[in-house]
Design a protein around this ligand. Structure first.
Ligand code: DX5
Ligand code: ZN
Length: 224
């Protein structure tokens, strides 16, 4: 594997919406690498969250890359909207795309990075044929829809397999993990090969969110 540092992507799903600007700015100032925006449509997942307006608003307060995770059906219909709102990485779910290769192309046509995410029950073999086209692979280690769920331990084996696939491809694909990343799980996640760590409740659920993020980042770096 090419030497890659670990990066942290706080998920604003668990932020205090009334203090969003203050919380995001504090994390940006103190070493966050991405801001992870969870988009849910009440159809692909049983919850509703943010639209393109949220991405547009975040763009006004940070220059960090916005890592937009589309947990929606028919993502093709919204690629342009989220790209124009300011998404830097747009990640779609394999399970929501009938023509995944075309969807990835559409994201690239907007001049931004394309990610593909897999639910815990979805095999890595489903993305083998598009691995060379994507910029980021997002392994879900909870069933998407909610923050604060328990890490599904089978995810570790999948992360390790994904790492091998990426290394074999020789391409510079970010391996991101989302769901139940906290001070207890982070070591195994990093050692299995993940390099971008999404974290919602383990940061925003703590009284001092900056301290929580820094601790998680330190643990991730130490695990390398
Ligand atoms: C879940 C979302 C996650 C969520 C993770 O469907 O995709 O990004 O914010 O939350 P935690 O870190 O609390 O598991
Ligand atoms: Zn997410």
């Amino acid at each position: 594997m090419k030497e890659q540092k670990t990066q942290i992507a706080p998920s604003i799903l668990s932020a205090d919406v009334l203090r969003l600007e203050e919380q995001v700015s504090a994390l940006v100032k103190n070493g966050a690498d991405f801001i992870h925006v969870d988009v849910m449509d009440g159809h692909f997942v049983p919850n509703l969250t943010f639209g393109p307006n949220m991405v547009k608003a975040l763009k006004r307060i940070t220059s960090l890359p916005l890592d937009v995770h589309l947990m929606i059906s028919n993502p093709d219909l919204y690629i342009e909207k989220y790209a124009q709102a300011g998404a830097d990485i747009l990640t779609v779910h394999q399970e929501a795309c009938t023509h995944l290769h075309r969807t990835i192309q559409s994201i690239h046509n907007q001049g931004i990075k394309a990610g593909v995410s897999l639910n815990p029950a979805t095999s890595l073999s489903t993305i083998e044929n598009v691995l060379d086209d994507m910029d980021l692979l997002l392994i879900m280690t909870v069933n998407p829809g909610f923050g604060g769920q328990k890490f599904i331990p089978q995810g570790i084996k999948k992360i390790a397999e994904a790492r091998k696939m990426i290394d074999t491809s020789g391409r510079d694909i970010l391996l991101e993990v989302d769901g139940g990343v906290d001070s207890k799980t982070v070591k195994n996640i990093v050692q299995a090969g993940a390099r971008v760590l999404v974290s919602g409740s383990a940061i925003f659920g703590q009284p001092d969110i900056v301290k929580a993020m820094k601790e998680l980042k330190n643990l991730a770096e130490k695990a390398l």
